[in-house]
Ligand binder design. Structure first.
Ligand code: G3P
Ligand code: CA
Length: 255
């Protein structure tokens, strides 16, 4: 296969931005990802702030990825724009804030598509889905995003508020009647841990009209193996540079 065919069959999704090169889920990581012309997708995680603004952070607390502590839901978006979500990764990123989803939409519009993962363990699932879909509408990105979640209730809520939006269920592994479950949710995408991606799953998904994203593929050998597969699926990685190297492997050799 030619490199362009591998890239076409297995588009790169920059996981939490280019999170191997800059602090995850920050504008620095998203900017770095879109600085690579071959990257056409960003993945990001969204929670609600205290004032119900969708903000971009993986965990429900600030503890792991900022210089602060406590629940994201207990801070306003303005307060979150002042925490330091960069220093833990490298001092050069000191002062990188927790971004609002709106900032990422503005950055990506017209350049890159988004896989927006909704995260909400509490009672505010509907509110999160409503506020995220309102923003997507405001930026006219209905056709440029996929809303994903481990939680079927969040997918159903997103579909309720924005029926045209594509949605996807995230799972760790394959299970019985998975395609039926997706169909009943109206979901057209399945994000699945990459070790579960094989020819049999891809065949089943293709027959059901489901697109697959394999997460999170960081090891170079795994990337090489996956980009050589003939069936189409997205590859979510912290390292778009490794994805690109895997895609270009053998370039010129006609192997
Ligand atoms: O979207 C797939 C992947 O991001 C799910 O896992 O924990 O990185 O959000 P996590
Ligand atoms: Ca995620």
């Amino acid at each position: 296969m030619e490199p362009w065919q591998r890239a076409f069959l297995h588009p790169c999704v920059a996981h939490r931005g280019w999170s191997g090169g800059a602090p995850e889920n920050t504008m620095a990581a998203f900017r770095l990802a879109i600085s690579e012309p071959a990257v056409h997708w960003l993945e990001l995680d969204v929670h609600l702030s205290k004032d119900d603004v969708p903000v971009v952070i993986h965990d429900s607390t600030l503890n792991r990825t900022t210089n602060d502590k406590g629940r994201v839901r207990d801070r306003t978006a303005r307060e979150l724009s002042r925490v330091d979500a960069g220093s833990w990764f490298h001092p050069v990123y000191a002062g990188e804030p927790v971004p609002a989803l709106e900032q990422v939409l503005a950055l990506a519009a017209g350049r890159c598509r988004l896989n927006i993962e909704l995260k909400e363990d509490g009672p505010d699932k509907d509110r999160l889905a409503r506020n995220v879909t309102q923003l997507i509408r405001r930026y006219c990105l209905e056709r440029d995003v996929v809303i994903t979640s481990f939680d079927p209730a969040l997918i159903a809520a997103a579909k309720k508020h924005l029926p045209v939006v594509e949605t996807g269920l995230i799972v760790d592994k394959r299970s019985a009647r998975l395609m039926d479950k997706l169909r009943s949710l109206g979901a057209s995408n399945l994000s699945i841990e990459y070790r579960s991606v094989n020819a049999s799953l891809l065949k089943e998904a293709e027959a059901a009209g489901i697109r697959i994203m394999a997460w999170t593929v960081n090891d170079r050998r795994d990337l090489s193996r996956l980009v050589a597969m003939p069936q189409p699926f997205q590859i979510c990685t912290n390292y778009p540079d490794r994805w690109l190297a895997a895609v270009q492997e053998g370039a010129g050799s006609r192997a």
